[in-house]
Design a binder for this molecule. Sequence first.
Ligand code: SAM
Length: 239
Amino acid sequence: AEEVGGGDKEVVREYFNGNGFQRWKKIYGDTDEVNKVQLDIRIGHAKTVENTMKMLTDEGSLQGVTVCDAGCGTGSLSIPLSKEGAFVFASDISAAMVAEAEKQAREELSTGKDELSPAPVMPKFVVKDLESLDGKYDTVVCLDVLIHYPQSKADAMIAHLASLAENRLILSFAPKTFYYDLLKRVGELFPGPSKATRAYLHAEADVERALQKVGWRIRKRGLITTQFYFAKLIEAVPS
Ligand code: SAM
């Protein structure tokens, strides 16, 4: 089998430093220069971030908890995590994304909530693909990244992310369900000009199997759908 780090990764890196950076910065931002589809995706993604924060905070305070945000994008999750007091290690394969995340974090985290609560600790940002991350974190989160990789590569990515996590791993991916599969096939027949990369869907059973292989089990599951955005959100723990 081809190792993670083959052609897909180079294409993805290039895309997220170029056209993809411009496209996703807009979608994840708050300006009104988005079309209807992009706005719908923005709303769906915001729900994924919100549900992730809920999954995490439901288990207790994040104060001082180490969290690795693998494939952090523009910092949509890293910033609220820092606001909750987590020590965030944020990384992305794209230098452009990391620079943008750092800029937004500086803007949003430079002041405290009020006079009594000091400014949060800034996330530690690095340009790194998730395959070369090391260390140990209480929690590892990887949102909307697996969509760029086929299941054959996702298996190794999931195993690696689990090896970095002491207590929990949260992943989101586009689920391979009949309806979404169909939508995607229709999309491939009429590719839009900005669809520069392939999108891969993952069956929940495949993700679950990849986790089981390394001794992890799924504890919580969620599904986020809007008209154009579909994400399965899972929280896994060592079994
Ligand atoms: N996780 C962020 C969020 O939910 O806001 C960003 C999601 S965006 C759709 C996908 C991100 O994954 C991009 O920023 C991209 O550069 C990053 N990425 C793709 N492949 C990666 C890899 N192998 N290692 C680290 N980051 C990667």
